[in-house]
Ligand binder design. Structure first.
Ligand code: DC
Length: 214
Protein backbone atom coordinates (compact mmCIF):
# COMPACT_ATOMS: atom_id res chain seq x y z
CA UNK A 1 0.00 0.00 0.00
CA UNK A 2 1.46 3.34 -1.03
CA UNK A 3 -0.11 6.65 -0.05
CA UNK A 4 1.63 9.67 -1.58
CA UNK A 5 1.20 13.22 -0.39
CA UNK A 6 2.45 16.35 -2.15
CA UNK A 7 2.07 20.03 -1.48
CA UNK A 8 4.01 23.22 -0.86
CA UNK A 9 6.39 23.84 2.05
CA UNK A 10 4.70 24.46 5.38
CA UNK A 11 1.22 23.13 4.54
CA UNK A 12 1.58 20.58 7.34
CA UNK A 13 2.38 17.59 5.10
CA UNK A 14 4.94 16.04 7.46
CA UNK A 15 2.77 16.21 10.56
CA UNK A 16 -0.30 14.95 8.70
CA UNK A 17 1.58 12.18 6.84
CA UNK A 18 3.21 11.00 10.07
CA UNK A 19 -0.22 10.81 11.78
CA UNK A 20 -1.84 9.02 8.82
CA UNK A 21 1.01 6.48 8.81
CA UNK A 22 0.54 5.96 12.55
CA UNK A 23 -3.23 5.46 12.18
CA UNK A 24 -2.79 2.93 9.38
CA UNK A 25 0.27 1.18 10.84
CA UNK A 26 2.41 2.09 7.82
CA UNK A 27 5.95 3.47 7.66
CA UNK A 28 6.43 7.19 7.06
CA UNK A 29 8.77 8.26 4.24
CA UNK A 30 9.85 11.89 4.69
CA UNK A 31 11.37 12.64 1.27
CA UNK A 32 12.12 16.29 2.13
CA UNK A 33 14.39 15.03 4.93
CA UNK A 34 16.39 13.13 2.30
CA UNK A 35 17.01 16.29 0.23
CA UNK A 36 17.86 18.13 3.45
CA UNK A 37 20.37 15.38 4.34
CA UNK A 38 22.08 15.75 0.95
CA UNK A 39 22.15 19.54 1.40
CA UNK A 40 23.67 19.21 4.87
CA UNK A 41 26.39 16.98 3.47
CA UNK A 42 26.98 19.31 0.49
CA UNK A 43 27.52 22.24 2.87
CA UNK A 44 29.70 20.22 5.26
CA UNK A 45 31.92 19.05 2.41
CA UNK A 46 32.28 22.60 1.09
CA UNK A 47 30.64 21.79 -2.26
CA UNK A 48 28.79 24.76 -3.79
CA UNK A 49 24.98 24.21 -3.94
CA UNK A 50 25.05 25.32 -7.60
CA UNK A 51 27.59 22.58 -8.48
CA UNK A 52 25.26 19.97 -10.04
CA UNK A 53 27.77 17.14 -10.58
CA UNK A 54 29.29 17.75 -7.11
CA UNK A 55 25.89 17.60 -5.42
CA UNK A 56 24.85 14.53 -7.47
CA UNK A 57 28.03 12.68 -6.46
CA UNK A 58 27.19 13.26 -2.79
CA UNK A 59 23.55 12.13 -3.31
CA UNK A 60 24.76 8.94 -5.01
CA UNK A 61 27.27 8.08 -2.28
CA UNK A 62 25.23 9.02 0.78
CA UNK A 63 23.59 6.13 2.63
CA UNK A 64 20.15 7.23 3.82
CA UNK A 65 17.56 5.37 5.87
CA UNK A 66 14.89 5.89 8.53
CA UNK A 67 14.57 4.71 12.11
CA UNK A 68 11.36 3.10 13.40
CA UNK A 69 9.91 6.51 14.27
CA UNK A 70 10.39 7.69 10.67
CA UNK A 71 13.37 9.93 11.50
CA UNK A 72 16.16 10.14 8.98
CA UNK A 73 19.49 8.35 9.44
CA UNK A 74 22.54 9.63 7.56
CA UNK A 75 25.20 6.92 7.31
CA UNK A 76 23.31 5.27 10.20
CA UNK A 77 23.37 8.38 12.43
CA UNK A 78 20.40 10.67 13.33
CA UNK A 79 20.13 13.62 10.91
CA UNK A 80 17.82 15.65 13.18
CA UNK A 81 18.00 18.47 14.16
CA UNK A 82 20.87 19.50 11.87
CA UNK A 83 18.86 18.98 8.68
CA UNK A 84 16.34 21.61 9.89
CA UNK A 85 18.87 24.44 10.29
CA UNK A 86 18.20 27.74 8.53
CA UNK A 87 21.32 27.32 6.34
CA UNK A 88 20.05 23.96 5.11
CA UNK A 89 16.54 25.39 4.58
CA UNK A 90 17.96 28.26 2.51
CA UNK A 91 20.00 25.95 0.26
CA UNK A 92 17.81 22.88 -0.14
CA UNK A 93 15.82 24.19 -3.13
CA UNK A 94 19.04 24.81 -5.10
CA UNK A 95 20.51 21.40 -4.24
CA UNK A 96 17.27 19.49 -4.88
CA UNK A 97 16.85 21.14 -8.31
CA UNK A 98 19.79 19.21 -9.82
CA UNK A 99 18.55 16.28 -11.98
CA UNK A 100 21.43 14.06 -10.81
CA UNK A 101 20.50 14.65 -7.17
CA UNK A 102 16.82 13.84 -7.86
CA UNK A 103 17.61 10.66 -9.78
CA UNK A 104 19.81 9.35 -6.96
CA UNK A 105 17.27 10.21 -4.26
CA UNK A 106 14.24 8.88 -6.16
CA UNK A 107 16.10 5.57 -6.60
CA UNK A 108 16.73 5.44 -2.83
CA UNK A 109 13.05 6.28 -2.10
CA UNK A 110 11.77 3.43 -4.27
CA UNK A 111 14.31 1.04 -2.75
CA UNK A 112 13.24 1.96 0.80
CA UNK A 113 9.50 1.62 -0.06
CA UNK A 114 9.93 -1.73 -1.81
CA UNK A 115 11.48 -3.20 1.33
CA UNK A 116 8.37 -2.30 3.38
CA UNK A 117 4.75 -3.56 3.44
CA UNK A 118 3.43 -0.05 2.95
CA UNK A 119 4.41 3.60 3.23
CA UNK A 120 2.97 7.06 3.49
CA UNK A 121 5.37 9.08 1.34
CA UNK A 122 5.40 12.81 1.80
CA UNK A 123 7.02 15.40 -0.47
CA UNK A 124 7.04 17.18 -3.81
CA UNK A 125 6.86 14.85 -6.76
CA UNK A 126 5.89 11.78 -4.71
CA UNK A 127 2.53 11.62 -6.57
CA UNK A 128 3.93 12.54 -9.98
CA UNK A 129 7.43 11.07 -10.30
CA UNK A 130 8.35 8.78 -7.41
CA UNK A 131 5.13 6.79 -7.00
CA UNK A 132 2.88 7.63 -9.98
CA UNK A 133 0.98 4.36 -9.36
CA UNK A 134 0.38 5.02 -5.65
CA UNK A 135 -2.87 3.59 -4.24
CA UNK A 136 -3.91 7.02 -2.94
CA UNK A 137 -2.64 10.48 -3.82
CA UNK A 138 -3.26 13.73 -1.98
CA UNK A 139 -2.21 17.34 -2.54
CA UNK A 140 -2.25 19.27 0.72
CA UNK A 141 -2.49 23.01 0.13
CA UNK A 142 -2.74 26.20 2.21
CA UNK A 143 -2.10 29.89 1.48
CA UNK A 144 1.43 31.33 1.94
CA UNK A 145 0.15 33.48 4.82
CA UNK A 146 -1.38 30.53 6.67
CA UNK A 147 1.80 28.48 6.19
CA UNK A 148 4.01 31.35 7.45
CA UNK A 149 1.73 31.86 10.44
CA UNK A 150 2.04 28.16 11.38
CA UNK A 151 5.82 28.11 11.01
CA UNK A 152 6.15 31.24 13.18
CA UNK A 153 3.94 29.60 15.82
CA UNK A 154 5.91 26.35 15.59
CA UNK A 155 9.15 28.26 16.16
CA UNK A 156 7.50 30.34 18.92
CA UNK A 157 8.73 33.42 17.03
CA UNK A 158 5.76 35.56 15.93
CA UNK A 159 8.19 38.43 15.23
CA UNK A 160 9.76 36.32 12.45
CA UNK A 161 6.47 36.08 10.50
CA UNK A 162 7.57 38.46 7.71
CA UNK A 163 10.96 36.74 7.24
CA UNK A 164 9.31 33.29 7.20
CA UNK A 165 6.66 34.50 4.72
CA UNK A 166 9.39 35.86 2.40
CA UNK A 167 11.28 32.50 2.63
CA UNK A 168 8.10 30.56 1.78
CA UNK A 169 7.29 32.76 -1.23
CA UNK A 170 10.90 32.44 -2.46
CA UNK A 171 10.91 28.65 -2.04
CA UNK A 172 7.52 28.27 -3.75
CA UNK A 173 8.83 30.21 -6.73
CA UNK A 174 11.97 28.07 -6.96
CA UNK A 175 10.08 24.80 -6.40
CA UNK A 176 7.28 25.49 -8.91
CA UNK A 177 9.44 26.94 -11.69
CA UNK A 178 12.38 24.52 -11.70
CA UNK A 179 12.84 22.51 -14.88
CA UNK A 180 13.11 19.07 -13.25
CA UNK A 181 10.13 17.71 -11.22
CA UNK A 182 8.54 21.06 -10.40
CA UNK A 183 5.93 21.13 -7.64
CA UNK A 184 2.60 20.45 -9.36
CA UNK A 185 -0.63 18.72 -8.43
CA UNK A 186 -1.10 15.38 -10.20
CA UNK A 187 -4.50 15.41 -11.96
CA UNK A 188 -5.53 12.31 -10.00
CA UNK A 189 -4.41 13.66 -6.60
CA UNK A 190 -7.20 14.59 -4.21
CA UNK A 191 -6.90 18.28 -3.23
CA UNK A 192 -7.05 18.83 0.52
CA UNK A 193 -7.38 22.46 1.59
CA UNK A 194 -5.68 22.75 4.98
CA UNK A 195 -6.47 26.44 5.51
CA UNK A 196 -7.94 27.01 8.94
CA UNK A 197 -8.12 23.28 9.74
CA UNK A 198 -6.40 21.47 12.59
CA UNK A 199 -4.08 18.49 11.98
CA UNK A 200 -6.64 15.96 13.23
CA UNK A 201 -9.36 17.37 10.91
CA UNK A 202 -7.06 16.91 7.92
CA UNK A 203 -6.04 13.41 9.08
CA UNK A 204 -9.71 12.41 9.38
CA UNK A 205 -10.44 13.76 5.90
CA UNK A 206 -7.60 11.70 4.44
CA UNK A 207 -8.54 8.52 6.32
CA UNK A 208 -12.10 8.90 5.01
CA UNK A 209 -10.75 9.00 1.43
CA UNK A 210 -8.51 6.00 2.06
CA UNK A 211 -11.57 4.12 3.26
CA UNK A 212 -10.87 3.83 6.92
CA UNK A 213 -12.69 6.67 8.71
CA UNK A 214 -11.26 7.35 12.17
O1 DC B 1 9.31 19.35 3.02
P1 DC B 1 10.64 20.02 3.36
O2 DC B 1 10.51 21.48 3.71
O3 DC B 1 11.43 19.27 4.37
O4 DC B 1 11.46 19.95 1.99
C1 DC B 1 12.70 20.56 1.85
C2 DC B 1 12.98 20.92 0.41
O5 DC B 1 13.27 19.74 -0.34
C3 DC B 1 11.88 21.66 -0.33
O6 DC B 1 12.23 23.02 -0.48
C4 DC B 1 11.83 21.04 -1.69
C5 DC B 1 12.70 19.83 -1.61
N1 DC B 1 11.98 18.58 -1.86
C6 DC B 1 11.94 18.12 -3.15
O7 DC B 1 12.47 18.78 -4.04
N2 DC B 1 11.33 16.93 -3.44
C7 DC B 1 10.74 16.22 -2.47
N3 DC B 1 10.14 15.05 -2.76
C8 DC B 1 10.75 16.70 -1.14
C9 DC B 1 11.36 17.90 -0.87
Amino acid sequence: MIIAMDGPAGAGKSTVARRVAEELGLAFLDTGAMYRAVTLQVLEQGVHPSDGPGCARIAEELELGFDEGGHILIEGKPGEPDIRSRTVTLNVSAVSAHPGVREAIVTQQRRIASALAGVVAEGRDTTTVVFPDADHKFFLDATCEERARRRALQESAPERYEVILADIIRRDRLDTTRAHSPLTRAPDAQLIDADGKGVEDVVREILAHVGRPS
